[in-house]
Design a protein around this ligand. Structure first.
Ligand SMILES: N[C@@H](Cc1c[nH]cn1)C(=O)NCC(=O)O
Length: 461
């Protein structure tokens, strides 16, 4: 069944790539802002006269603001489009960085970080909304993955040029430079980005709106043209939205918990790895995405009816590898820690399948809202996991002199989130499949699908 979408006007590839590139630049600046305080931890502790645990409050506040802003940002995004939202968000982020450059008290620094979190919250969902608008449906999963992966280079900008500026020129210059970068990218987006290739396609009465398809997938509920304002309740009632939510929930929290806060202390204080080796492991994680992103994107568009299996496979791999790292009471060899960061990247890559569920099950008028809701899943789970690990560490080692055994216990608390996420995922998958069956698409059991594939292959040879 051909998908009909206001987003499907063909666009020249070079123009599409330029628009996407400008949006992506804004997302990279957002992730740079998100991770900048992490690399400036020592200087922040000194400047604001705070302990490490108060410092972690910055991460929590920022993530909470980010998560809380997702649905409102998504609703605004559906109303005004990506260009205006990214532009405004980049300016808000710049105001936060500029404020952080000059303040020297904790409450004002927290306010600055709220602004950074708010600006950050606008970038990713807005760029994801540009992708189906500018590219053909079958390329969307790959480009969604590439957006997530390339966006992570902000972490490298924080760790290398930003840190060099911080150490060489000082706090104010370093954060003011990030503010300037935000203003630059805001105007770049204003000049380069258009929300879609042509003015919104005019729809004749009686035409229906469908999400952009990736192949054999679910025909979404037809929406009459007059009712272009699809109610938000339609997004909330769609089981596919929640399938996306729990996909993002269960796949993103292990990576964020490790990368944003607890990974380095676990590796250095727990596993006895040097700071340089820990930073190499984080770099390995970033590089792994270059492979896992395209591979997952390809599999998603090749097997759209099997996307949940990719998710379940990533979760199983992460749980098994974390188990093999945490069960033994002795420090693990380097190869095993490397394997751990690799599966954490696989898990983050699989989390992006959640956005693909939203895109293919929800009418495109509400894509921003649905994407925002899916994103809430991963970030709320991350906040809870970060809090749980910290709480266990506080209980078992109030003096902060953590040992490997403390980390083994604390990191195991993530099991609770895997359990909640998996139950949610499986229940939503069941109701999504029921909804699909109502619309005429029945997902055959895996065994049957494999047998059919074999028959097709042997017939071809
Ligand atoms: N799933 C992540 C993006 C990612 C990370 N690694 C691979 N993809 C996500 O949802 N990010 C949202 C954001 O704002 O960064």
């Amino acid at each position: 069944m051909a998908a009909v979408s206001p987003f499907q006007a063909p666009a020249p590839t070079r123009v599409a790539a330029t628009v996407w590139g400008a949006g992506l630049a804004a997302y990279i600046v957002a992730t740079t802002g998100r991770t900048s305080l992490g690399v400036a931890g020592l200087q922040a502790a000194e400047r604001f006269d705070i302990s490490a645990s108060v410092l972690s409050l910055f991460v929590v506040v920022q993530l909470a603001v980010y998560a809380a802003a997702q649905v409102p940002v998504g609703i605004v995004l559906d109303k005004v489009g990506s260009r205006k939202v990214i532009f405004t968000g980049a300016l808000i982020l710049s105001c936060g960085q500029l404020m952080l450059a000059f303040v020297d008290t904790l409450p004002l620094a927290l306010v600055a970080r709220v602004l950074v979190g708010l600006g950050d919250a606008t970038a990713f969902v807005s760029v994801l909304r540009l992708v189906p608008a500018w590219f053909p449906g079958q390329r969307v999963p790959l480009l969604t993955q590439m957006t997530g992966i390339v966006g992570q280079t902000g972490q490298i900008i924080s760790a290398v040029p930003f840190l060099a500026l911080l150490l060489g020129a000082g706090w104010t210059t370093a954060f003011a430079s990030l503010a300037a970068l935000g203003v630059f990218v805001a105007f770049l987006v204003l000049v380069v980005v258009r929300d879609h290739p042509t003015a919104r396609a005019t729809r004749r009465s009686g035409e229906s709106v469908q999400p952009v398809g990736t192949g054999v997938e679910v025909p979404a509920a037809p929406v009459p043209a007059e009712a272009t304002r699809v109610p938000i309740s339609a997004v909330l009632r769609e089981p596919g939205t929640w399938l996306g939510f729990f996909t993002h929930f269960v796949c993103l929290f292990p990576t964020n918990t490790f990368m944003l806060l607890w990974g380095v202390p676990f590796l250095t204080a727990g596993q006895g790895v040097s700071a340089a080796a820990a930073s190499s492991l984080l770099t390995l994680a970033a590089l792994t995405g270059v492979v896992t992103g395209p591979v997952t994107g390809f599999l998603q568009s090749r097997h759209p009816l099997r996307r949940s299996w990719l998710v379940l496979g990533a979760v199983a791999a992460t749980v098994v590898v974390w188990g093999t790292v945490l069960l033994p009471a002795s420090p693990r060899p380097m190869w095993q820690l490397a394997l751990l960061v690799i599966v954490l990247t696989v898990s983050a890559t699989a989390s992006n399948i959640g956005f693909d569920f939203a895109r293919t099950f929800v009418p495109s008028e509400r894509l921003g809202t649905a994407t925002g809701l899916v994103n809430v899943g991963g970030f709320v789970a991350s906040l809870v996991a970060i809090f749980l690990v910290g709480a266990v560490l506080d209980v078992v080692r109030p003096d902060g002199a953590y040992t490997l055994d403390d980390f083994r216990l604390a990191m195991s608390s993530q099991a609770l989130l895997w359990a909640v996420g998996l139950v949610g995922l499986l229940l939503c998958r069941r109701s999504t499949r029921r909804r699909m069956a109502d619309r005429g698409v029945v997902v055959p059991p895996v065994r049957e699908a494999v047998a059919r594939m074999r028959r097709r292959r042997s017939g071809a040879s």
